[in-house]
Ligand binder design. Sequence first.
Ligand code: BGC
Length: 394
Amino acid sequence: MRTFPDGFLWGAATAAHQIEGNNINSNWWLHEHDPELAARWGIVEPSGDAADSYHRYREDIRLLADLGMNSYRFSIEWARIEPERGVVSRAEVDHYRRMVDTCREFGVEPVVTLLHFTVPRWFERDGFWRADDAVDRFGRYVEAALPVVRDVEWVCTINEPNIAAMLAGGENAANLVAYGLPNPDLHVADQLLASHDRARDVLSQLPQAKSGWTIATQAFKSTGEPGADDKLLEYGHPRDDWYLEASKGNDFLGVQAYTRTFVGPDGPLPVADDVETTLTGWEFYPQAAADGLRAAWELSGGVPLMVTENGMATADDTRRIAYTQGALEGLHDCLADGIDVRGYLHWSLLDNYEWASGYRPTFGLIGWDRETFARTPKPSAHWLGRVARANALP
Ligand code: BGC
């Protein structure tokens, strides 16, 4: 039995656009429905009603709690809170506030993400992250959202700014990880860092709030061939390490890890033919979480860490359990080595809209019926719930 520290957070994560449904004022909804943009992004189907968690969040939070988990990471949607530039919807702020209250009602610690990739249509129209006033606009949104998180301890400012900067690079990004990552837009990266800092400033009004961002740690590995180590640094630094280094002094840092990528002298290599892969085409590599935690700990200079996403897309739930068992063993080794890890939030609570890849890659602990929305927890959900209740890994 491997035991975990008292107060360790055990739960699962989601993102608004991927589960709520009908997020019609967001830039992604626009991309999904504009034939040219949908083709450019390689979007296979629109998000539609998704899991209708916008209306069914209470059932989802209750299920998570009944399964034995004690924490839920969800994101709030800028496009709902500020559907037009400068127009704040009090009703939507109240909606997300009710989600926090519902978490509390069921004894669940909320971990709230302010921005999970999607932005309002008007923000994209007016220049996106490249606009001169992008940082101010984001800061004002965070101010508008303060009532949602007024007593929340864990607030994630921006989800995977490193992936967002690569998506902003404009290359086709239908499946980022499996086929090599585009070049990041470095100006957008700077703007995202400035927006993160601005959000942390705004949040500093709330004495209880711990704020940080969440980074996709990508476990880049050198093949060991001549020139590969230099390439690894050149390729990995602007995609990964830069963000971990920029987290120094933050209250915490979210680690999001799924797989690994080998880098040779000429750059990243496709996944080898002889390894097990997931429904997203990524290598089955449960050690990704531990690799990410170790890199984050070292490069951030010892900022408290939380695994804010980790999981796999599979139709075979026994592989999800095996993956998660492996990830948690690695996490436990990190704790034993003195790395300060506060929680493990599995990706994802529900099967969800996997961006351009649509609904086929199933990351959820809980499935749902596309017609009735009826939820069915998978064996992996019960398994993780038991681990959470025991605060120990068999
Ligand atoms: C993102 C999620 C996504 C998951 C699996 C992360 O990059 O934050 O939105 O669904 O990985 O691809």
